[in-house]
Design a protein around this ligand. Sequence first.
Ligand code: TRP
Length: 320
Amino acid sequence: MATSKQLQFIADDAISLEVRKGLGATPKRLPAKLFYDEIGSALFEQITELPEYYLTRTERSILEGFAGEILQQAGPSLTLVELGAGTASKTCILIEELLHRQRRALFYPIDVSPSALDEAMRQLGRQFPSLRVNPIVGDYTGGVPALGRISGRKLVLYIGSSIGNFEPCEAIGILRRIRRTLRPDDALLLGADFAKSPKILLPAYDDSQGVTAAFNKNILARLNRELDADFDLDQFRHIALWNRRHSRMEIYLESMAAQSVFIPALDMDLSFEPEERIHTENSYKYTDEMIVSILRQSGFTLEQTWCDRKKWFGVHLARV
Ligand code: TRP
């Protein structure tokens, strides 16, 4: 039983409106931002270490292998900015290389999570005494006007393939708003997962230990905890599908029987048919052409791409 304080947590929030709208729609959906409460964030950390989830590991290896080349290409005297920095764990690779090239550096990590930024501050402060960290708490998707006021040459990092979790038209909007705050010498470093065989993709989103399933189901667990809903987690299964036409992984929770669910905090009665799905996430997988296209449509030109030997993941440098 959730306390009234917990109930307020989602119920008063704009998220509750999205939950109401999404579960009231046909087909049903839930907003992906619900994944990342404390439990969900810990499960996602676990996902990034799974043998099947090649993304994090592959991107890290690209940054390790090419940090020098990437910074060389970006230009001298850089200030780093990171969109959705989280705890900036992969960014250390670039920062370390940067501090070999210049005595001091400035880093602006941007994230919606103040606790993640605190963690980043602590870690980076210890590891790099000559780095000045100016965290910005906020949502970068609507643009970050403050970036326009940073003097000197910027390299804006948008790594981790979060871009893939937006519809391509939304991705273009985000990149466009960032572009407005950049000058001709500045650069964008974009991480994106490449389209590849579903033999590789499917296990990455449906691992053998069931961590991804638990991560996906945590959304329902959260509605139970915070909105006092009565979802029976054993009556839903995690589904990951490859949609070739849209070049994306689609993630669902599928009802295993006809059932009804009540969400007291939203005063909402739901019914599910057997095999009815709730859509929880898309993860777009980009081809070279798609990368060139979203960059061009947002006013960037692609300058260089670095990838691993199997071409599973790409890190792209673009300029306005
Ligand atoms: N950004 C991650 C990705 O698209 C998020 C993610 C990983 C995810 N596994 C998931 C989202 C499973 C939903 C379900 O790769």
